[in-house]
Ligand binder design. Structure first.
Ligand code: GLV
Ligand code: GLV
Length: 333
């Protein structure tokens, strides 16, 4: 009997088709919100699952899934998975690192530039018919070139952002759970600093650290208060890292120049205090969203599922198992 797998959302049919060579595939036909009961029911029936970050696979769902042997996330972040609970059951958990690094780093840069130069605010101004001719002192922003960039979370994506920054003649400071080897620091032209120094000394701060309970709201009112009032903050990691109420307060009261968020704590809901601000760029979690990269993420997740369930000739490729050491601790502690 062929193993059975669940595909939680429509992805790219031509890529997912490879699963049909090995498995009986239960494909969810439309973009769907799956609550805990639906996820438990789906997982109970299958040997493996391809899920996205919208599907929360928690301890209760895992406990009910007697046959489950693999959960393959389409995404690099995996805070939607209870990895210790999966591991305790010997279930393979995988994610899709590397294939999205450069696309996501590109977008982090785009958001940082948009926040610094007020791109979306300026566009709203123009579209609202408020442009009355070249305005010498209107919509003035901050430079990226020659400024100091801060990166919180120096994984693959953080390093990609650092490499881009050298083309803009930026000085790069970073903070991470653990300091990078000297050769990587040199390649990224990045200097390690402690958390407080990072917040205090940079002109543009980008958050790229994995989310874990220990990182919840580490960017809180106290951290924001350390930042320069002329600085920008960009978050392409996970919404829960930032205390959004404190951020809205800092932006509204001139204690931070501008921000750019691609992720939100309650997404797809966005805090109305953020929506009310002009000095913020808001995008709907699209940092890895180039067509080529989203396809590559699905290819990798499909490879992972085939390998994890030991099926077919592709089984020779080892899956990319999640390494939980990465999100075990708050960075720098
Ligand atoms: C997207 O946020 C991802 O983690 O891949
Ligand atoms: C993961 O967080 C990465 O930076 O690739």
């Amino acid at each position: 009997e062929r193993p059975k797998v669940w595909v939680s959302q429509p992805l790219f049919d031509d890529i997912v088709a490879r699963l049909h060579d090995h498995f009986d595939v239960v494909q969810v036909p439309e973009v769907s919100e799956h609550g805990p009961a639906a996820i438990a029911t789906a997982l109970r029936e299958v040997d493996g699952a391809l899920v996205t970050l919208n599907e929360r696979v928690g301890a209760a769902e895992i406990a009910a899934a007697a046959k489950l042997r693999a959960v393959c996330n389409v995404g690099v972040g995996y805070n939607n998975l209870d990895v210790p609970a999966l591991r305790a059951r010997g279930i393979v958990a995988t994610n899709t690192p590397d294939v999205l690094t450069d696309t996501t780093a590109d977008f982090g840069f785009a958001l940082m530039m948009a926040a610094a130069r007020r791109v979306t605010e300026a566009e709203r101004h123009l579209r609202a018919g408020q442009w009355q001719g070249w305005n010498f002192k209107g919509l003035l922003g901050a430079d990226l070139h020659g400024s100091t960039l801060g990166i919180l979370g120096m994984g693959r994506i953080g390093q990609g952002i650092a490499r881009r920054a050298s083309g803009f003649d930026m000085r790069v400071l970073y903070h991470n759970r653990s300091r990078l080897p000297a050769d990587i620091e040199r390649a990224c032209k990045a200097e390690y600093v402690d958390f407080d120094t990072l917040f205090a000394q940079v002109d543009h701060l980008v958050l790229v650290l994995p989310y874990s309970a220990a990182n919840h709201h580490i960017v809180d009112a106290a951290a924001l208060a350390k930042m320069r009032p002329t600085a920008t903050l960009t978050n392409i990691a996970r919404g829960g890292i930032v205390d959004e109420a404190a951020l809205a307060d800092a932006l509204a009261n001139g204690r931070l120049a501008s921000a750019a968020l691609d992720v939100f704590e309650g997404e797809p809901a966005v805090d109305p205090r953020l929506l009310a601000l002009d000095n913020i760029v808001l995008t709907p979690h699209i940092a890895s969203g180039s067509l080529a990269t989203r396809r590559a993420m699905v290819e990798l997740a499909v490879d992972n599922l085939i390998a994890a369930l030991g099926a077919g000739p592709d089984a020779g490729n080892p899956p990319t198992p999640i390494s939980t050491a990465k999100d075990a601790k708050r960075p720098g502690t």
